[in-house]
Write a protein that binds this ligand. Structure first.
Ligand code: SAM
Ligand code: SF4
Length: 327
């Protein structure tokens, strides 16, 4: 294991149609949410297993009160080389300085469209100007690298691939395109709506020629490309059409302390119960080691095999919602 994603809350101030289409969900009770002390302990324990990267996510991480205090705790852990945050950016303008001073440098801001009306339609509760204000506040305070995540959905925002690339190139951000996936159980995913990595690459390359650099490390989900004119890089995550289960080194910690070894898992291991029962570090380590050693996750591989043979039914498999899991 190399990469730990920590969901700090399952709540969100947006309702993106591809992620969290309903107004209400069965939310995690407050007392079940891990405290900052508990999260820090888990992060420290995981360093012993070789975790090199920790990313804070959710739900929307910035709706968790005082998140910069968690960032400060994690940034102070010796040996944790890479701490990052994925956010929808709506509350970033107000928090960028606190997060920066707490030690956060790497940030991903999700922006699927640069059209204000479309943005509000897609996110239901979002305002593009607020998000752009957050993005530029992060830049101004000195965060780097800043990546802009966009999920490309056919018939929704696939006409904006080049506009998004142009925007990122012009402003010194790195675009990250993500294939639309069948996460959770509610987003009405269909393969036809997934704009493939190959299509995205061809569109970008025809206007802004690129050269493949490869994956940042052997197990990174994104394949990176650099512009031949030297104006930066883009990444594309082809998790549907180019699944990478066999090289996956990622674990997720849900806001209520479940350890989950796959984005498409049906359940997780209740680490919080172990922690709150007073288990010492070596007992927790032994349980985690066991969980990881018996892991057989390969959902995306199987889905792609089934999609190609025509036998795939998204509804057949009950998954944990992405807002609970931590995207
Ligand atoms: C679940 S969100 C959590 C963090 C934060 N709320 C945000 O939107 O950045 C993390 C990432 O997952 C992506 N995502 C959500 N649903 C997706 C889907 N069905 N397919 C692909 N990516 C998805 C979002 O676009 C976002 O970039
Ligand atoms: S993608 Fe992020 S902002 Fe949108 S609903 Fe999901 S968690 Fe919220």
């Amino acid at each position: 294991m190399r990469d730990l994603r920590i969901s700090v809350t399952d709540r969100c101030n947006f309702r993106c149609s591809y992620c969290m289409p309903f107004d209400e969900y069965k939310w995690i009770e407050r007392q079940e949410v891990l405290s900052f002390e508990e999260i820090e302990r888990v992060a420290r324990l995981f360093l012993d297993f070789g975790i090199q990267k920790v990313r804070l996510t959710g739900g929307e991480p910035l709706v968790r009160k005082g998140l910069h205090r968690l960032v400060a705790r994690l940034a102070a852990i010796e040996g944790l080389g890479d701490l990052s945050l994925t956010t929808n950016g709506a509350l970033l303008a107000a928090q960028a300085a606190d997060l920066y001073h707490a030690g956060l440098r790497r940030i991903n801001v999700s922006i699927d469209t640069l059209k204000a009306e479309r943005f509000t339609a897609l996110t239901k509760r979002g305002n593009l100007d607020d998000v752009l204000a957050g993005l530029f506040a992060a830049k101004k305070i000195g965060m780097a690298p800043i990546k802009v995540n966009a999920v490309i959905i056919r018939g929704t925002n696939d006409d904006e691939i080049l506009d998004l690339v142009d925007f990122a190139r012009t402003n010194g951000f790195e675009m990250r395109f993500i294939e639309y996936m069948d996460v959770g159980n509610a987003n009405a995913w269909s393969l036809e709506k997934t704009v493939t990595k190959k299509e995205i690459l061809e569109t970008v390359h025809a206007r802004f020629p690129v050269r493949e650099i490869g994956r940042a490390n052997g197990s990174a989900p994104a394949v990176d490309y650099e512009f031949l004119d030297g104006a930066g890089e883009i990444g594309i995550i082809g998790s549907v059409t180019e699944p990478f289960c066999s090289s996956c080194t990622r674990l997720r910690l849900t806001a209520d302390g479940k350890l989950v070894t796959c984005l498409f898992a049906e359940s997780g291991f209740d680490l919080k119960a172990l922690i709150r029962s007073g288990a010492p570090d070596d007992v927790i380590r032994a349980q985690v080691a066991n969980l990881w050693s018996v892991r057989t996750d390969r959902y995306s591989d199987i889905r792609w095999e089934q999609v190609r043979s025509g036998g795939y039914q998204a509804r057949d498999h009950k998954k944990i919602e992405m807002i609970t899991l931590g995207g």
